[in-house]
Design a protein around this ligand. Structure first.
Ligand SMILES: [Zn+2]
Length: 301
């Protein structure tokens, strides 16, 4: 996987990798600054069970710690003009043995949920969606505590090898990684000569990165473009089949009204496919959130 970061992954034994106990506080001495309090790492289950990382990691848990105050401020600062890439760099220190770009989308999602639950005051997440029937802007309320972690099956292995139904070609596939964001970003900047794009433009290069053949993204995008739509659909379906972490499809009912001839009626459109779009950071509190972090330190103006 390509990445600009050259940092090595160090897989540590949990016994030796736990954070050092903070130094004993000296008696009052105005010349010594207070010892910085570091949050402790916790081992939490990986929805993927670590199966996609077997080349360099042999555990089914990940060591993670809550955000520290400086990180909370940094997360807050990237709202509005935020992107996954900025969030990835802010969160670089919260995983003990991983770079954020190595994690699967599903594992990352689950870790973000953990960070929210363990850093901020408990509050439901509000996911906006626009009704396709009446264009009302609805808000679907999500309670993380009620969500069930989705795990990969025990026999999951990468690459996933499938034969395409139309071309009969065999392709090797892998799951999406958070590092894909950076590659797609670079690719689209080069191809479209602009800095912002929508999901429909991201979709193909993102899918191209799941083809695990060592080829460049340009080559695999072109390969996808030569395939019959049925073949492309099958490639996409493999990724969906192994969705893990948190459910990204939510159900909600439209509260809006629409005109039915002469009178207004409640729309009531049931949307079963609201994508819980974690790329817009909606797992972390919104920009004007004036909360407390868990240790009771107040931030925000
Ligand atoms: Zn509606």
């Amino acid at each position: 996987m390509s990445s600009t970061s050259q940092r090595k992954v160090i897989v540590k034994d949990p016994q030796t990798s736990s954070p050092k106990p903070s130094q004993p506080q000296p008696d009052f001495n105005p010349n010594i600054p207070p010892v910085e309090k570091k949050a402790a790492y916790a081992n939490i289950p990986l929805p993927s069970k670590g199966l996609p990382y077997r080349k360099f990691y042999d555990k089914n848990t990940i060591a993670i710690r809550p955000l520290e105050l400086e990180e909370v401020k940094a997360v807050k600062a990237i709202f509005g003009g935020g992107s996954n890439l900025k969030l990835n760099s802010v969160l670089a220190g919260v995983f003990q043995d991983f770079r954020t770009d190595q994690l699967t989308f599903g594992d990352y999602l689950y870790c973000l949920a953990w960070l929210r639950e363990n850093t901020y005051m408990a509050a439901p997440i509000e996911v906006p969606w626009t009704c396709p029937e009446c264009q009302t802007e609805n808000v679907c309320t999500v309670h993380l505590q009620k969500m069930t972690m989705i795990e990969l099956p025990d026999n999951f292995r990468e690459p996933m090898v499938i034969q395409l139904p139309v071309s009969k070609k065999e392709v090797r596939l892998r799951l999406e990684r958070m590092g894909d964001d950076e590659i797609v970003d670079r690719y689209l900047k080069g191809m479209l000569n602009k800095t912002e794009w929508d999901d429909s433009e991201e979709w193909l290069p993102r899918l191209a990165l799941t083809i695990d053949n060592g080829a460049d993204i340009h080559v695999n995008v072109q390969f996808l473009q030569t395939l019959a739509p049925e073949d492309v659909t099958v490639i996409e379906a493999v990724g969906d089949e192994f969705e893990h972490g948190l459910p990204s499809l939510l159900t909600d009912t439209c509260t809006g009204k629409k005109s039915d001839g002469s009178k207004e009626v409640v729309c009531g459109f049931v949307n079963k496919r609201i994508r819980f779009d974690f790329r817009v950071l909606n797992l972390l509190p919104v920009a004007d959130y004036r909360g407390f972090v868990r240790n009771g330190v107040r931030f925000g103006g």
